[in-house]
Design a binder for this molecule. Structure first.
Ligand code: PLP
Length: 510
């Protein structure tokens, strides 16, 4: 099907397009020129870019292709991955190299993990030292001495009285453990009916059954219905932002709504509220400090545990060791993982108020203990690396550096607004996100641009998170200003090329 558009030329802030013979075929994207207030009034339909052939991708040999068919990628189409594979071979500092030798700037620490960059020498040394002593201790009938060092170390950097630490092998385990810990706590603390958890739509808390039930990731979960019972959802502030005069007011509304839910559920049934301080899925949702203050008051009033999922926000990224400190509001529990080992070992930790753990002490004959465990939890290698990560951050004031560098990074990302497709730059410290829109009046999401950017970024040797109506970066805390500049240049080039691809007549004629 071919169609000729009525409008002949369109000038957006980023491109001037003669459209006299634009061909529109099977797939469409709708692009509204900047200045068009209402979608539909002067919308232009342009053909969606067919990426094959336009972008250089890695070539797969027969063996790798066969092996890729024997495994699956996380949360993505393996068929699509086969068309645009990324097979990584090595990493160092802020860079990855693929198996063809191409270098990539790692703008997201792998996936919010490589806090100190890849293969940091201090971590390698810590690992080697531990490897020479002991690589495994059995959590069922013993504990590694270095695991106790880890518990002690984490307790030196947590806010408030969050000193109870249970180490795990990943974020989902930490969240799962928090759910069980809180439920068991209330059973033993005179409130046996408290079992429900409230969390937020658009939130992600992990892939295991409980953590998935707490997640608000919609259709991603439908395949596994029914979810675990006892998980309720509220909306994050971004969901309602256009209905309020100010962002502050919207945050107040969304935080206060949590009280309405608790009251209407019966507070004696509600155990916890689980929230990512900065919500990655959903687009680096960054609430006000007051949002957390209100949540804190509500949770305290109704004896509901406030649980921060800091698996992304933790370990220095937001300008403090934990976002709890950045926002100035202390929860009852923190779950962390990812950056705690800078990617050197699988790691996670559930951290709780020390006094909550008191409910788990009793005589052996009363069978009072935390009824939970994992074989690889508290692994000595992981604990040794975790200690070294914390030491490196504290000794070199890397969280403070992230705060300063984050301001610079935010300024550089703000420059992208000149393209007319950026709604907002959000985040704290070096954890930043950019929301993409078709124009800055109607604020209509621009997923086509994000999808194109996924390709242009890889082609430019840039690894970051693109979802596709927003993208996020979180470079290692050690990134210098020139490295941030290098990253931002790659981002800008990838954005420009994606814009050209999505809007280009070349695409229509391809
Ligand atoms: N919570 C958040 C906010 C996450 O981003 C993730 C992982 O991406 C998890 C929990 C689960 O962590 P893991 O993948 O280590 O199990």
């Amino acid at each position: 099907m071919l169609r000729h558009e009525p409008e002949r030329t369109v000038t957006t802030r980023y491109l001037s397009l003669p459209l006299s013979d634009t061909k529109v075929e099977k797939h469409f994207v709708t692009l509204y020129p900047v200045g068009a207030i209402s979608p539909g009034s002067s919308g232009l339909r342009l053909r969606e870019i067919i990426y094959d052939g336009r972008y250089k991708t890695m070539k797969l040999d027969a063996r790798r292709e066969k092996l890729l068919r024997r495994t699956f990628l996380d949360y993505q189409s393996s068929a699509e991955f086969l068309r645009h594979p990324l097979i990584l071979d090595r990493a160092d500092g802020l860079y990855y190299w693929d198996s063809e030798g191409k270098r990539y700037f790692d703008a997201i620490g792998g996936i919010f993990v490589a806090t100190l960059g890849h293969r940091h020498p201090r971590l390698v040394a810590a690992l080697e030292r531990q490897m020479a002593k002991m690589t495994f201790a059995p959590p069922l009938h013993g504990i590694a001495d270095v695991a106790l060092d880890f518990v002690e170390k984490i307790g030196t950097v947590t806010p408030g009285n969050l000193k109870y630490v249970k180490p795990f092998s990943g974020g989902s385990e930490a969240v799962e453990s928090a759910i069980k810990f809180v439920r068991q706590y209330f059973k033993q603390a005179g409130h046996p009916g408290k079992y429900k958890f409230i969390s937020r739509y658009l939130g992600y808390h992990g892939g295991t059954a409980g953590a998935m039930s707490a997640s608000g990731t919609g259709a991603r979960k439908t395949k596994f219905e029914p979810q675990m019972p006892g998980f309720l959802k509220v909306f994050p502030p971004t969901y309602y932002r256009d209905r309020f005069e100010s962002w502050q007011e919207c945050n107040r509304f969304c935080a206060r709504m949590v009280e309405d839910v608790i009251v209407n559920e019966d507070p004696e049934t509600v155990a916890g509220f689980i929230v990512e301080p900065i919500g990655n899925t959903g687009g680096v949702i960054t609430p006000t400090e007051e949002y957390f203050q209100i949540l804190r008051e509500i949770c305290t009033r109704y004896n509901v545990m406030l649980i921060y999922d800091e698996i992304i926000t933790g370990i220095g990224k937001t300008g403090s060791m934990f976002a709890a400190q950045t926002f100035g509001v202390t929860p009852d529990l923190i779950c962390c993982g990812k950056g705690l080992s800078s990617g050197m070992m699988p790691i996670g930790a559930m951290i709780a108020r020390e006094d909550l753990a008191d409910a788990f002490w009793g005589n052996a004959e009363d069978d009072v203990h935390f009824a939970h465990g994992h074989t690889f939890a508290g692994n000595p290698m992981a604990c040794a690396v975790g200690i070294a990560v914390v030491d490196e951050i504290v000794e070199n004031k890397l969280a403070e550096k992230a705060r300063e560098m984050g301001e610079y990074l935010a300024g550089r990302l703000q420059e992208l607004t000149k393209y007319g497709v950026v709604r907002e730059v959000r985040g704290k410290g070096i954890l930043r996100g950019v929301e993409l829109v078709k124009n800055t009046q109607a604020m209509e999401p621009f997923p086509e641009l994000g999808k194109a950017m996924k390709r242009t970024a890889l082609e430019n040797g840039l690894i970051m998170r693109i979802d596709p109506t927003w993208f996020a970066v979180a470079p290692a805390l050690i990134a210098s200003k020139p490295e941030i500049d290098e990253m931002c240049s790659l981002i800008e080039r990838s954005l420009q090329q994606a814009l050209e691809a999505v809007v280009s007549r070349k695409g229509a004629a391809a």
